[in-house]
Ligand binder design. Structure first.
Ligand code: HEM
Length: 150
């Protein structure tokens, strides 16, 4: 299952790269339209939008490939993001779902229901991992940890 998912996911990443589409622009427009009050948290959208988009895609693809580096990267992400203020878990969920949706929009004809299912499976795994990382920081370092998962 996971190998087939990874192959489908890689094909859509390649299709979007071949089409020369940089999904971060539409993704961040959509994210800020949904959460306008979050716009002020970003000092350098151009730099952050590259890294947030790339790393979100890499984490989902890494989960499909069962890569061991995903967990430490997610744990670090959740910890460093505490510097940006209290970020509701719903915004993480929305950002991940919007990343998949924008990739699908950019992939055009190469996007199938199987491709969507593959991305969604690992999007959901990433959301669960973010919740776990927030809960573990909360219990390990109650003072200064990212806010509780809910
Ligand atoms: C899986 C989801 C996410 C990933 C992988 C991710 C990754 C990143 C990375 C790599 C950076 C750049 C850090 C640096 O250059 O030092 C960053 C910055 C940032 N992220 Fe995220 N992020 C995610 C979700 C979110 C969400 C949901 C929010 C808001 C609700 C958010 C808010 C920010 C802010 C405010 C910055 C700093 C921007 C700036 O100073 O310009 N991130 N993120």
């Amino acid at each position: 299952m996971s190998e087939a998912d990874a192959a489908r996911m890689e094909a859509s990443l390649t299709a979007v790269a071949d089409a020369g589409i940089d999904i971060r622009h539409a993704l961040f427009d959509r994210f800020f339209a949904a959460f306008p009050e979050r716009r002020a948290s970003f000092m350098v959208v151009d730099a952050s939008s590259r890294r947030m988009t790339d790393e979100t895609l890499q984490m989902m693809f890494g989960l499909a490939k069962r890569e061991g580096w995903v967990w430490p990267l997610v744990a670090e992400l959740v910890f460093t993001h505490r510097a940006y203020g209290p970020l509701p878990i719903a915004e993480y969920d929305a950002f991940i779902d919007m990343t998949v949706a924008e990739l699908g929009a950019a992939a055009g004809g190469t996007w199938s229901s199987e491709t969507a299912t593959a991305w969604q499976r690992h999007a959901d795994a990433l959301k669960a991992m973010i919740r776990r990382a927030r809960a573990e920081w909360e219990s390990a370092m109650p003072v200064g940890a990212p806010q509780p998962a809910e």
